[in-house]
Write a protein that binds this ligand. Structure first.
Ligand code: URA
Length: 431
């Protein structure tokens, strides 16, 4: 078999066999297939799609590119969650400690920034020392000891996803249902989750821009999970405006810590409680969503979720003094408040434009392996539907370069639109 023939077959809209998919994924893992062929193949998949059977084979091949953990000895029911990616989506940083503090252990493999969306691993690395590349032994030991792991795929766990993900980020091959479904579900399967809550984002700041595509992606991931013997729930949530207020690595960590301290933006807190409640029900902590939500609320109110987050940071080598004093987190040299140009009701805060502007400031990558600027990003001050007076703060930009800051201000100003008449707030969840 030759990689080039498999690329040509997909370019010409052919259906790949299980053997061809396994050959290709194996080549990505071992490095036998170079980046340029992988990128060409990913583009062919993006343009021509895959059947559900091909996507399932791709998912299992990626999951089996490393070890597939069996968590049965470690926890009764291993529950995991995954978001398909959004702007300001720092949910895992709050939900996981809250759920773990309720006595349900969570071991999660997260991702890095992808296109205009941020990544949990990049956010966590704004805390000095935090290690995302755990070995299998470390993963299992930590899950047993503190009931919480938040790491990345590694040479042991779903290594093919790591390589493919980094290439997709910078080759315009993110927005593909089979590539997203296989990337997400391979990590969940390899991580040994028995049950998974999927947070499928929809809107202009998500990879699925309409509800039809979001449902298609959700259904496909649920089916793949079920075929692999996992219990899966998919939620479809709004991503037309940033989640919470902060966008950018360290700014989001700060907002997550704030939320764990019982503060934080109302929409973000509500979103987290809803996801946490579904995880607690899947993990059989309780059978009612209301009761599960109360448990999660309590873990935030009594400080146990924050304490779990501290334990996580310590266990993975991070400097916990940054959690205790978030003022220590990386800070930009230029911080500028931009005021509303007019009065009116906020009609849109286009999440994608905010995400792209954040990447352009340095919070994301333009090329594989680019270093990140953890300090930069935005704090958006309002939600769609808010009544705003001319001259009041609209957003704050955090930058380390004058020219980039001016460009970012222009883009994010244009991302805000106003209406003279009342505008309804956006829902948090659609399904
Ligand atoms: N999260 C992932 O892990 N992979 C994707 O492709 C998108 C979101």
């Amino acid at each position: 078999m030759r990689a080039v023939d498999i690329i040509i077959k997909k370019r010409d809209k052919g259906e790949l066999t299980r053997e061809e998919i396994r050959f290709f994924v194996n080549g990505i893992t071992t490095g036998r297939i170079p980046d340029y062929q992988t990128a060409a193949w990913a583009m062919a998949v993006l343009l021509n799609g895959m059947t559900p059977r091909e996507t399932t084979d791709l998912t299992l091949a990626i999951a089996q590119s490393g070890e597939v953990l069996d968590m049965s000895d470690v926890v009764k029911i291993a529950v995991d969650k995954h978001s398909t990616g959004g702007v300001g989506d720092k949910t895992s940083l709050v939900v996981l400690p809250a759920v773990a503090a309720c006595g349900l252990p969570v071991g999660k493999m997260s991702g890095r920034g992808l296109g205009f969306s941020g990544g949990t691993l990049d956010k966590l690395e704004s805390i000095p020392g935090y290690r995302v590349d755990l070995s299998t032994e470390e993963f299992e030991k930590q899950l047993k000891e503190i009931g919480l792991v938040l790491c990345g795929q590694s040479k042991d766990l779903a290594p093919a996803d790591g390589k493919l993900y980094a290439l997709r980020d910078v080759t315009g091959t993110v927005q593909s249902i089979p590539l997203i479904a296989s990337s997400v579900m391979s990590k969940k399967i390899a991580g040994g989750a028995h049950a998974v809550v999927l947070d499928v984002k929809v809107g202009n700041g998500a990879f699925m821009e309409n509800l039809k595509d979001a449902h298609e992606l959700a259904d496909l991931m649920v089916k793949i999970g079920q075929l692999a013997g996992r219990k899966v729930v998919a939620l479809i949530s709004d991503m037309n405006q940033p989640l919470g207020f902060a966008v950018g690595n360290a700014l989001e960590v700060r907002e997550a810590i704030d939320t764990l301290r019982g503060n934080g933006p109302a929409d973000f807190r509500e979103h987290c409680l809803h996801v946490a409640a579904h995880m607690l029900v899947l993990g059989e902590k309780t059978d009612s969503l209301e009761e599960a939500r109360t448990l999660a609320e309590k873990s935030i109110a009594d400080g146990s979720a924050l304490e779990k987050f501290r334990q996580l940071i310590i266990a993975q080598g991070g400097d916990v003094s940054y959690v205790d004093d978030p003022d220590k987190l990386p800070k930009a040299s230029l911080i500028k408040v931009v005021n509303a140009p007019r009065s009116g009701y906020l009609e849109q805060v286009r999440a994608r434009a905010v995400g792209e502007a954040s990447v352009a400031l340095g919070a994301g990558r333009a090329k594989k392996g680019d270093p990140l600027d953890y300090a930069v990003g935005f704090v958006i001050h309002h939600k769609v539907g808010d009544k705003i007076q001319e001259g009041e703060p609209l957003f704050t930009v955090h930058a380390n370069d004058e020219k980039k800051m001016e460009e970012a201000i222009a883009s994010v100003s244009a991302a805000h639109t106003f209406n003279d008449f009342p505008v309804p707030p956006l829902p948090l969840f659609y399904a």
